[in-house]
Write a protein that binds this ligand. Sequence first.
Ligand code: TK8
Length: 339
Amino acid sequence: LLAVLLVACGGDDNANEGQNGENESASEGGEKIIRAGIGLNQNHPQYKGLLKFKEIVEEETDGEITVETYHSGQLGDDRTMTEALQLGTQEVTVPSTAPIANFVPEFSVFDIPFLFPSEEVADEVLAGDVAQDLLKKLEEKDLVGLAYWENGFRDLTNSERPVETIEDFDGLKIRTMENDLHLAAFEELGANPTPMAFTELFTAMQQGTVDGQENPYATIYLENYFEVQDYVSDTHHVYSPFVFLMSKEFYDGLSEEEQQIVRDAAKEAGEHQIKLNREANAEYLEKLVDEGMEFSEISDEERQKMVDAVQPVIEDFKDDIGAETVDGIMEAVEQAQGE
Ligand code: TK8
């Protein structure tokens, strides 16, 4: 009788368990909660992907696993959320790979400027052995990499002047992700870069601490950067993957069946996220222009000058990243291009 009363008083959350006639304390003990946090806001495809992950996991586990979703850096920035996963105080985050290079240096291979010529090549390389092996390396850092999602090709915005040529970068204060290779690449381009957490960026642009930043069109539009930035250029200087991370401590505590469910869900939700992301990135440049931004197209000739200017960075960072990883990814890119 007591158990029945407790169930009856338990409110909506326990209603299903009561109806199913399960022992309440046992089902409470078994219930697992995934706190999943991301940096971008609720309108971004990154968040839509997270909601898809929630839907699949909750359905497939009959509610044994609940997913709570947090956007806009509510739980922190990419780096601090990743640290929380290591400590076991948060279960999931989906950072850009660039800050993850501070945990596993090999991830900086994706920061090599102009590495991927197209989304199709990115898809192929990320599904290949070298990229998949990188996910496994995360386990040494108490992280489990379940899938690659997509941030996308990054483009430059600023509040100073149109950027069309390499000379136009001169002295521009550009916020970069917290990643040494990015920093070095922007120095080679002649800019004056500052690394900064994404959560600080809007205010930094608003207050003029930085002149500009670089992110895919989806972010520039959905985070309202057009309110504080006047110029946008299609530099497409690097393709940013996202990596879907789970706390290893949490993952190890799941049953094999649950591990398979979260793995499959991260992949399936990722396919959904990538599709929405590509639609957004294809659509939003026009919206930025509608919002009053001035668009500059980078010619092939100017882009080649940028490619040439950043070459020393690749040599300088090759040992830090790991020569095998760099060569492996470059080979995979060539192979994908040849197909
Ligand atoms: C969101 C970040 C962001 C990234 C950046 O957490 O920091 O500029 O592109 O979108 O991962």
